[in-house]
Write a protein that binds this ligand. Structure first.
Ligand code: SAH
Ligand code: SF4
Ligand code: F3S
Length: 524
């Protein structure tokens, strides 16, 4: 229970004054929460955000972190000792889900000894109704659940959680086409419990049930809420959200919704602001940046961004991900002529087999993929190509797999992210009956890895003795006399240096190739 004075911060009157439009509404709750926590004497409040999944999730986490820091929370690495822990989840493969449950389980004791701690879960996995049910049943100590379409409403949900703990129920807000789940039944139950005079214990239990608010989609993009960058010198910039491609194995279109592109002006504004704050590298983010459509298309957007960043302090522009089917000659031209656009291209092939690519609904074949890779290389001979490959997609035969190896040998990627196919409920491929035998998949996976590792090492070792520009990002994990950074191509380099060089770009001579990274020497 909190004091009467503190309760006034959470009153119906405060609630009723909240603006209706966004982002003003969430900004209002951020301010009220700030007032509440400072009146509570919350100088030492600590928050921990645990992020799973891709760059899109990482960027969302920075936004959630920005909200929490504005309220007054300081970042804390250890989830066991934070006052609020948020898990930003991924569900791309089954092991991503298992990961979350492991971490949640470890918080059970902590929560038991300190029930006022707040545990929240958001992100892609929360867009799946059955996962929400599992959490409610098996992890009842979770406090807030929200999804990808309404993560900007987090301040409001946190405010409502604090009210609920005092027994004040609110209807759960939503917009758009519907709900995956909410907790409006709690208000009905409370009404019944109060009317029919049930015991205090039941009511207390109800007040401690999670606030759940997960939308199926959203009609607009909410801009202009605070964010706190994980690295002060580099930043992801969302240019679009969602995906319309429905590759038959992939859950993303179901959990991230349909494609929505941000307006170019909003993107430029954000980039200019970041530049003014000292950002050196930006990464334009989208599940398929090549289908960006904010009135102009991606090549033009990229060209404009290269233009506006001239002299701004931003020295590197990256983007991901590009779907091969939509990779245009125009984009290759813009890249080749760009001044700050990194010569790095992530081009996910998934498979080299025409039959499998067709079943995957990828809309290109082996030949077309190799042609795109050739075009990139002939326009930019120094380009670094990377890819994603799935092994063991349903129906994959030895011959299909040989086709994948063929493409890997032909294109000679600098890096390949290889995944064992994981069945995702609700996707078309989950109903295919010809799932591949596990031992066979494992064997193929190992063979692919061996081939690719050899190629990556050969490609990389050619750089020995050359000089490259490195943006230093951190102190080396293994040796604190070394600092670690990345070349334009994305390759990791360790070199002697000190903490003052972090966030700076230096010329580095590449001395020794060790597997997938270099030991270098700073020369300027
Ligand atoms: N939008 C990006 C991919 C995002 S997901 C694109 O189209 O390239 C990142 C990678 O995860 C995919 O490229 C794919 O290789 C892998 N992946 C997606 N769903 C998977 C599944 N069900 N099983 C195994 N790997 C999967
Ligand atoms: Fe998934 Fe395909 Fe969309 Fe990539 S393009 S997110 S693999 S559906
Ligand atoms: Fe995972 Fe969601 Fe990204 S499912 S890969 S975090 S879009």
């Amino acid at each position: 229970m909190i004091s009467e004075n503190l309760k006034t911060f959470l009153s119906d009157e405060v609630m009723a004054k909240a603006p209706v439009s966004e982002p003003e509404r969430q900004r209002y709750f951020i301010e009220r929460l700030k007032g509440f926590y400072s009146a509570e004497g919350g100088a030492g409040l600590k928050s921990c955000i645990v992020t799973f999944g891709c760059q899109m999730n990482a960027r969302d986490s920075e936004k959630l972190d920005g909200i929490l820091s504005t309220i007054g929370f300081k970042p804390e690495e250890d989830e066991q000792s934070a006052d609020i822990v948020l898990f930003n989840t991924c569900t791309i493969r089954e092991n991503a889900n298992e990961h979350l449950y492991g971490r949640l389980g470890r918080l059970k004791q902590v929560k038991r000894s300190d029930p006022d701690r707040i545990i929240g879960i958001c992100g892609c996995m929360m867009q799946e109704a059955d996962e929400i049910e599992t959490i409610k049943k098996k992890y009842p100590y979770v406090d807030i659940i929200f999804g990808t379409h309404n993560f900007h409403t987090f301040p409001e949900l946190l405010f409502k959680l604090l009210r609920k703990r005092e027994g004040i129920m609110d209807p759960i807000p939503y917009e758009g086409s519907g709900l995956v789940a909410d907790s409006s039944e709690d208000a009905l139950r409370q009404e019944k419990l109060l009317r029919y005079g049930s015991g205090k214990k039941e009511l207390d239990k109800l007040n401690r049930k999670p606030i759940v608010s997960v939308w199926t989609d959203s009609s607009n993009i909410v801009e202009e809420l605070p964010s706190r960058r994980k690295f002060p010198f580099k930043q992801g910039i969302n240019i679009m959200f969602g995906c319309n491609n429905f590759c038959s194995y992939c859950i993303v279109p179901y959990v991230r919704g349909r494609e929505k592109s941000r307006r170019p002006e909003d993107i430029y504004e954000e980039i200019k602001r970041s530049a003014a704050e000292g950002v050196k590298e930006i990464m334009l983010l989208g599940q398929n940046v090549n289908s960006y459509d904010g009135g102009i298309r991606f090549p033009e957007l990229l060209k404009n961004i290269d233009g506006i960043t001239k002299g701004s302090g931003i020295e590197r522009i990256r983007f991901m991900t590009s779907h091969p089917k939509d990779l245009s000659d125009e984009l290759i031209d813009v890249m080749a002529g760009g001044e700050r656009i990194c010569r790095q291209f992530h081009l996910p092939m998934q498979s080299g087999s025409d039959a499998i690519l067709k079943r995957m609904n990828r809309h290109y074949d082996k030949h077309a993929f190799m042609e795109k890779a050739d075009k990139l290389k002939s326009a930019m001979p120094d380009i670094s190509l990377s890819t994603d490959i799935i092994v063991g997609f349903p129906g994959e035969t030895e011959r299909d797999f040989e086709d994948t190896l063929d493409v890997v040998r032909y294109v000679r990627f600098d890096a390949a992210y290889t995944f064992i196919y994981s069945k995702r409920n609700g996707t078309p491929a989950a109903s295919y009956t010809d799932q591949v035998d596990e031992a066979l998949v494992k064997d193929r996976f190992d063979r692919l890895l061996e081939l690719q590792n050899g190629i990556a090492h050969e490609n990389l070792s050619r750089l020995t003795g050359t000089t490259g520009r490195v943006l230093f990002e951190s102190i080396s994990e293994y040796d604190d006399s070394l600092i670690t950074g990345k070349l334009d191509s994305g390759v990791t380099v360790h070199a002697k240096g000190d903490i003052s060089m972090i966030g700076e770009i230096h010329d580095v001579r590449l001395l020794e190739c060790r597997g997938f990274y270099y030991i270098g020497e700073v020369i300027e």
